[in-house]
Design a protein around this ligand. Structure first.
Ligand SMILES: [Zn+2]
Length: 102
């Protein structure tokens, strides 16, 4: 009758390994903003997860693992099939992703 309480499995749908390095902005990492702007770079396949503010630069960028980003916001799992050279944005956390060409 023992119920395992804290074993809620995090879903992780990306094809890339969990340790894949990707870029988030400090706002997303500190969870002061939600992820609203995602790009999947055509050249190097790098994922970027930003909060949608436009004032991002090298100083606001942080390198984390893809797994960490899914832990911050598991709704980005919806983008696991997004090919390189494509980005997606949404108005708020529960909105639908709108894809665009990079
Ligand atoms: Zn940001």
């Amino acid at each position: 009758m023992l119920k395992k309480l804290f074993t809620k499995k995090m879903s992780y749908k990306f094809n890339e390994p969990k340790s894949t390095a990707c870029i988030v902005c400090c706002h997303v990492l500190e969870q002061s903003s939600s992820i609203l702007y995602v790009t999947h770079d055509d050249d190097d396949g790098m994922w970027q997860f930003l909060c949608g503010e436009s004032n991002h630069n090298e100083e606001t960028a942080r390198i984390v693992s893809l797994e960490q980003v899914v832990e911050i916001d598991s709704s980005i799992n919806d983008l696991f099939e997004m090919p390189c050279g494509v980005g997606a944005e949404r108005d708020e956390m529960n909105s639908k992703w709108k894809p665009f060409k990079l």
